[in-house]
Each structure stands twice: as structure tokens, then as C-alpha cells.
Design a protein around this ligand. Sequence first.
Ligand SMILES: Cc1cc2nc3c(=O)[nH]c(=O)nc-3n(C[C@H](O)[C@H](O)[C@H](O)COP(=O)(O)OP(=O)(O)OC[C@H]3O[C@@H](n4cnc5c(N)ncnc54)[C@H](O)[C@@H]3O)c2cc1C
Ligand code: SF4
Length: 374
Amino acid sequence: MPLRGLPQYHCRHPGSPTRVTPLPMHPFQYQRPTSPAPAVATVAKNPGATFIAGGTSHLDLMKEGVYRPTLLVDVSGLPLKQIVDFEGGVRIGAGVSNTAAAYYPAIQQRYPAVSEALLAGASVQIRNMASMAGNPLQRTRCPYFRDLTQVCNKRTPGSGCAALGGYNHVHALFGASAACVATHPSDLAVALAALDARVQTTGPRGPRTIAFPELHRLPGDTPHLDTVLEHGELITAIDLPAFDGRSHYLKVRERASYAFALVSCAVALEMDGPRIRRARVALGGVAHKPWRVGPAEALLAGQPPSEKLFRAAAAAAFAAAKPLAHNAYKIPMGRNLMVRALLETSGLQPLQGPAGTAFAASVGGMAGRLATPR
Ligand SMILES: Cc1cc2nc3c(=O)[nH]c(=O)nc-3n(C[C@H](O)[C@H](O)[C@H](O)COP(=O)(O)OP(=O)(O)OC[C@H]3O[C@@H](n4cnc5c(N)ncnc54)[C@H](O)[C@@H]3O)c2cc1C
Ligand code: SF4
């Protein structure tokens, strides 16, 4: 029996209603500054203005009628496209493309979780356009958010949440509220959260540094706000702090490529001889932000790696999960994925192929690593 209140793109089978009324044209202005200061000043003073970088998320939302900006300030011409060594780590300019970052040698060698997360996302063409700042700032893939016929507190504050009583199979297990149960979709953000990346910004009140796990918000009663960024605050760079451990990113999705995570997991392990000195684990696809699992990290610290330990850590990570009507499957899926990611990262049971996808062993280069650009 069909579920009621399904978003439109779940209903495109023969006989289903599809949207036939075209959206009215929405005029907007466009500027392309060449330095950050005028970009910030222009957006800050204009409530209807937004930044746009690669446009791979922003333009879709405009075409779908979810965004209706009056002014687009294109930041793709800003001089923010360098990757440099910084304080023993790496500083990645906000305008660096996802492809360039994924194949940058220091990132591939020292922060493979970042490279794997980038290559597990979208398609080659999209990664070539997408920027390092735009990726973690993409909006939720909750289908009701993009369907103007449905209520959505994130799109229209106070209107309600269609996902709560609808088909919520891709929605949150942790940190949700009565106003919104959406998940954050970026793969990159999960790896950055596990590695304690730092976000450099410049805004109307000057520059600041934001610890990556604090960049995104939980929905609470203001789900229209995804991050702590102010209007007009521009991300200029993302810093990966010094790290000499091992890291990996694994992702489970409905197709082996070109699909968002149902559940994902980034692990960063630092070893002290045969024991784990420090473990950092972030989950994706389970909350409104990348979800660090502190109790599991505490269980892992000081212990020698073993499958038994990893299973205990995964059980601790999901102990507080609160499933909705249609997403309880994510709990065993997430536990198993976390164990797999820990086995891979610790070296106890390496995968046969690239780590970006959990199905790497069976599908070989589908995560994109065989396609190193020349
Ligand atoms: C078909 C498809 C499949 C996809 N699959 C995946 C996937 O599997 N995994 C995944 O992680 N992603 C996926 N994506 C999303 C994709 O990664 C993002 O669209 C992309 O990374 C956004 O980067 P952009 O530069 O194009 O951002 P834009 O679309 O230009 O902007 C996105 C947001 O960031 C803001 N912004 C941009 N730059 C700055 C800045 N410097 N400072 C402040 N704000 C800024 C914009 O105002 C906007 O709100 C997919 C996208 C598509 C279309
Ligand atoms: S879960 Fe959030 S994004 Fe989805 S319909 Fe509800 S309020 Fe909107």
C-alpha cells in the first residue's frame, strides 16, 4: 500500500502525479568580486544576497524554488585556491575543488579519510566544480525539503515537518528535534569532523576560527539554521591539523556511486606501539551534523585493537540511537560499518580495494581512485 505524503520524487512511477506547473521566473542580480572584503561587505549588507561557489548545490535549490536570492555573489574568482603546508598540517583554500583536494599528495598520504570521503561523493564532473567550502555547506537531502508541496520547517520556519509522519528512511538517529529529523549529507564533513579540522572565516565582524565539529548545528527549534556562520561570513580556508596516525572513510549507499550516504564512518587512530593512544570516530547520515561518538572513542583509547573491542565500541556508539518509523535499519548497518572502518584503519583486516565505499572489495575502483587525473 502506498505511503501517504511521499515527496514528489518518490512518486514518479506510471500513474503518479508529477509537478506540471512551472515555477515563476525569479529575477536576481549577479556579482563576481575578486577579493574577499567586498564579497563579505556585499552579502552582509543585503539580506537577500548569498554566496555561490561551484553552484552544484546552490543552483539546484534555486531551480527547485527552495532558494530565491535577490543577489548572487560568486566567490569562485577569489584567490582562495591554494593548498599549503601550515603548522605541521595542511591549509586548504575554500575555493579548491573537491577533485584537486582529493588528489593532492599530502592529503592522500597523510589524511586518506579526506581524500576517500571526497571521492565517495557525487560524480567526477560535480567534484571538478564543487569547492571545499561549498561541500560542507550543502543543504540536507531530506526529500521533503526540496518538495514545495510539503511542509518543512527548514525551508519555511513554523510550517511543520512532513518527514516526521512521512517516509523517514534516510533521516536521523541522533540529535533530532520535534521540528526537524533531517541529516547532513556531506561526506567530506564527516572526515573533517573526525580529524578536528578548523574552519577559517572572515565576516562582518572580522576573521575567526571555528573548530569543525562546532560548525554545524543540531536542529532544535531553529532547523532553518544549519551552521553557526553569520550572514555574510565567508569561509576562506579549512585547516587539517598535524596528524601522524591512520585514517579512513567508509560509506554505505543505495548505489555504489552517485548516491548520498545512508550511513558513513570516518576513523582517525593514533597508535602507541601495539595500543590505540587516541581514537576519533565520526558518523555520517545519522544526524543533522557529523556525529562524533565520544563514549566509543573513550572505550577505544589505551586498548590493543581487536574485533571484540571494535564491536563493543560500535555498540556504545549506537546505544543512544532513537530510530524513527522507517530508519531503524541504520542501527545495525551503522554498527557493522563502524566495526569495518575500525578493522580497516587499525590494519587488522584491510579492505581489498579503496576504502571510500564499504563495497570497495566487490566493486573495485567504483570509489573513483582508479581515475587519477593526469
Ligand atoms: C547529483 C549530485 C550528487 C551528489 N552526491 C554527493 C555525495 O554523494 N556526497 C556529498 O558529500 N555531496 C554530494 N553532492 C553535493 C556536492 O558535493 C555539493 O553540491 C558541492 O560540494 C557543493 O559545492 P559548491 O562549491 O558547488 O557549492 P555551492 O552550490 O556553490 O554552494 C553551497 C553553499 O555553500 C555556500 N558557500 C559556498 N562557498 C562559500 C564560502 N566560501 N563561504 C561561505 N559560504 C559559501 C553557498 O552560499 C551555498 O549555501 C552531490 C551533488 C549532486 C548535484
Ligand atoms: S526533516 Fe527537516 S528538512 Fe525534512 S521535512 Fe522535516 S523540517 Fe524539513
